[in-house]
Design a protein around this ligand. Structure first.
Ligand code: NAD
Ligand code: IPM
Ligand code: MN
Length: 364
């Protein structure tokens, strides 16, 4: 039987709360599908700072390096914002992990399923048409990683992109579009930014290798607006690091909640870090009401992209859809809901037990 070593880094805030549910789900699906998972936990982010003084301890990095994949919760919170920039949880752990493993490709799939369009805050006139967007975000370049500096009176951040960096993420977007609805919308600000001009030219050139895919370029401001006006016009959204960060939160909100949006951060060799698009949610941490679905679906993406366990991934996705359709959801989606984090995790596990592996509906 197949055996996978997974580094489990729950992190801060709601991270440990939602991670506990994802672990339950992983264990249940492994049992059902006949593979085994070896889950090794390690400290990261603020939790690691509190325990050892460092956001990414050597032991945590070593565990990641010897694991088959990383399941990540979230890091950061008000307790650590006063630290020096490089010592903070986000810049001291998550960004270095992305860079160390060359996780340039961040996939964030967002859906409005017609049968639960009412989860979306958009007007039913719009949400009833559904949404099925894959946000393909460049994750190891751009303004996040360019030269930075500050004095007491000014500060700067630099956005740089090379053709090589743009080409490799563009190829991912086109390859994904071929398996979906054959459309790529590339997001930029080419009316102002030099990096965007290079981005646009490069994406245009990569597109020539994918004649079946329709390529459209759209400015970021218009895209932010079009997403709420008519999200069904999009298939694959190709974004740089910063624009993808912003639009993916918007996609999550359109789907119903930031707590629904999973993500896969991949390098070119099948290694990945899997984490919710949202953060540590300090405003609700410790209350037991965080939505565990983004973390659970991130585990499903891990099974799909790092382990090739497609059936197990679909089993989790079907189970989640069952819970959503029965409105077993946390209060971020339905304010009066009495289901908490654990109740939703339990419901997903129960649905997994009841679903038949050989009779899986075709995913949408
Ligand atoms: P956030 O994503 O943590 O929260 C934004 C809003 O969404 C909050 O109201 C929160 O309650 C809600 N929310 C997010 N996830 C939810 C869930 N699973 N269930 C229910 N509600 C959820 O963003 P923020 O408040 O801007 O940032 C808080 C901290 O998280 C910061 O330190 C930030 O840097 C960090 N952060 C970390 C990651 C990560 O580790 N991957 C991602 C984003 C933000
Ligand atoms: C995300 C987060 C991170 C990002 C932060 C925590 C560094 O917002 O994964 O979307 O900006 O990439
Ligand atoms: Mn973000």
């Amino acid at each position: 039987t197949k055996h996978y070593n997974i580094a489990v880094l729950a992190g801060d805030g709601i991270g440990p709360e939602v991670m506990a549910e994802a672990v339950k789900v992983l264990t249940a699906v492994a049992d059902k599908c006949g593979f085994s998972v070896n889950l090794n936990t390690a400290l990261v982010g603020g939790a690691a700072i509190d325990a050892s003084g460092e956001p990414l301890p050597a032991a945590t990095l070593a565990l990641c390096k010897t694991s088959d994949a990383i399941l990540f919760g979230s890091v950061g919170g008000p307790k650590w914002t006063g630290l020096a920039p490089d010592q903070q949880p986000e810049r001291g752990s998550l960004l270095p992990l992305r860079k160390t493993f060359d996780l340039f490709c961040n996939l964030r799939p967002g859906h409005i399923y017609p049968e639960f369009a009412d989860l979306s805050p958009l007007h039913p006139r719009i949400s009833s048409k559904g949404m099925n967007i894959l946000c393909v975000r460049e994750l190891t370049g751009g303004i996040y990683f360019g030269e930075k500096g500050r004095t007491s009176t000014d500060a700067f951040d630099t956005q740089r992109y090379s053709i090589t960096e743009i080409e490799r993420i563009a190829r991912v977007a086109f390859e994904a579009a071929i398996k979906r609805n054959n459309k790529v919308t590339s997001i930029d600000k080419a009316n102002v930014l030099q990096t965007s001009v290079l981005w646009r030219e490069t994406v245009q050139r990569v597109a020539q290798h994918y004649p079946s895919v329709t390529l459209e370029h759209m400015y970021i401001d218009n895209a932010a607006m079009q997403l709420i006006r008519s999200p069904q016009q999009f298939d694959v959204l190709l974004c740089d690091n910063l624009f993808g960060d912003i639009l993916s939160d918007e996609i999550a909100a359109i789907a119903g909640s930031l707590g629904l949006l999973p993500s896969a951060s991949l390098n070119g060799s099948g290694f990945g870090l899997y984490e919710p698009a949202g953060g540590s949610a300090p405003d609700i941490a410790g209350k037991g009401i965080a939505n565990p679905i983004a973390q659970i679906l991130s585990a499903a993406l891990m099974l799909r992209f790092s382990f090739g366990q497609e059936q197990a991934a679909q089993l989790i996705e079907q189970a989640v859809q069952q819970c959503l359709s029965q409105r077993i959801v946390t209060p971020d989606i339905e304010p009066n809901s009495s289901y908490n984090t654990v109740a939703v995790g339990d419901a997903v596990v129960a649905a997994i037990h009841n679903l038949s592996v050989n009779n899986m509906p075709v995913p949408t």
